[in-house]
Design a binder for this molecule. Structure first.
Ligand SMILES: Nc1nc2c(ncn2[C@@H]2O[C@H](COP(=O)(O)OP(=O)(O)OP(=O)(O)O)[C@@H](O)[C@H]2O)c(=O)[nH]1
Ligand SMILES: [Mg+2]
Length: 307
């Protein structure tokens, strides 16, 4: 069913803004991608992968879900760039119709508390979503987790899911739809995200850096796309990977450039599948010491630092 923004469809039609919030690594971006049936937000096994507010719209005949994926709430924001990202996380839940508060099926974690406190202090309508239930060794382990989380949060609306195994996603959608207001669609039905192709390409590169390198290294990287151009049906993507030291640069490049080649290949494969065209990826690594502490560079790399 096609519709445009603001089109009066049916008095029962619902649409609303739904923030996906939670501590780092609980599965927020994976859930967004699952809802949309495509990769819009990057994911990795490392905490703090998402650094921007990512919008994803799911348009169904009777409901339009406007999801906002947010960076994980983190209380250990040592660097200036982390504090900028935390502002994005907090801003992401402001003024929405509903917050999905994600908690892992392993049970309540101390880092869940500041997120929950924030949702409550803003008096936001929320649903608690227990994620990654496929990781539970036995089904009967779920019940005690649900009661623990019900007790800590006092919430009665708790939905256990697995985004990876597509468990209970439809049920979650149906619960969400009951919590968002009746009203016309906010976006045209073919609208999926507000991020442009260049931003998405830079995110894909960042994702592959998160996936291919050790624990600390990816947090020092910023991606700058220099060229994104279709020439004779081939997409040319040129980008700089900014790191904070020569040593980091060496690790990113890897012996004989093999490691960075791997990153480029993976980015190329994902983009070729998504776009259906041939893609040519060229990556360079550059050093800008302490950019994560430099207000101007942080802003240059696309992180808002305004109060
Ligand atoms: N087993 C399992 N793993 C999952 C599931 N959902 C997400 N994951 C994994 O959990 C890790 C973190 O997922 P993300 O979606 O990046 O988590 P996030 O909450 O967006 O993380 P940040 O952006 O860092 O805050 C990844 O390795 C995912 O593959 C799930 O349903 N089951
Ligand atoms: Mg994320």
């Amino acid at each position: 069913m096609n519709y445009s923004a603001g089109e009066p469809i049916d008095s029962e039609f619902r649409s609303g803004m739904i923030a996906i919030a939670g501590r780092p690594n609980v599965g927020k971006s994976t859930l967004l991608n699952k809802f949309l049936g495509q990769k819009v937000s990057i994911t990795s096994r490392k905490a703090n992968t998402t650094r921007h507010r990512i919008l994803g719209v799911l348009s169904e005949p009777d409901c339009q879900y406007v999801f906002i994926d947010t960076p994980g709430f983190s209380t250990q924001s040592k660097q200036l760039v982390d504090r900028a990202i935390q502002k994005v996380a907090v801003a992401g839940i402001m003024g929405v119709d509903l917050v999905l508060f994600l908690v892992e099926s392993r049970g309540w974690h101390p880092q869940d508390l500041p997120v929950w406190r924030r949702i409550q202090s803003e008096k936001l309508n929320s649903i608690v979503v227990i994620t990654k239930i496929d990781l539970l060794a036995r089904k009967d382990r779920l019940l005690p987790v649900i009661s623990e989380i019900a007790q800590v949060t006092g919430s009665t609306e708790i939905v256990p899911i697995s985004a990876q195994k597509a468990l209970n996603i439809d049920r979650l959608k149906s619960v969400i739809s009951k919590h968002i207001p009746k009203g016309p669609p906010l976006f045209p039905s073919d609208f999926v995200t507000d991020q442009d192709d260049v931003f998405f390409a830079s995110e894909l590169i960042r994702e592959q850096v998160f996936r291919h390198y050790g624990e600390e290294l990816p947090y020092s990287c910023a991606i700058q796309v220099e060229k994104y151009q279709l020439q004779r049906s081939v997409l040319h993507l040129h980008a700089l990977i900014w790191m904070e030291s020569e040593n980091q640069k060496r690790i990113i490049i890897g012996s004989k450039g093999e490691k960075i080649k791997l990153v480029g290949t993976r980015v190329r494969q994902i983009l070729e599948t998504k776009l259906g065209t041939k893609v040519y990826v060229k990556l360079w690594v550059k050093v800008r010491s302490k950019w994560t502490e430099d207000e101007r560079l942080i802003a240059n790399f696309g992180y808002s630092i305004q109060e």
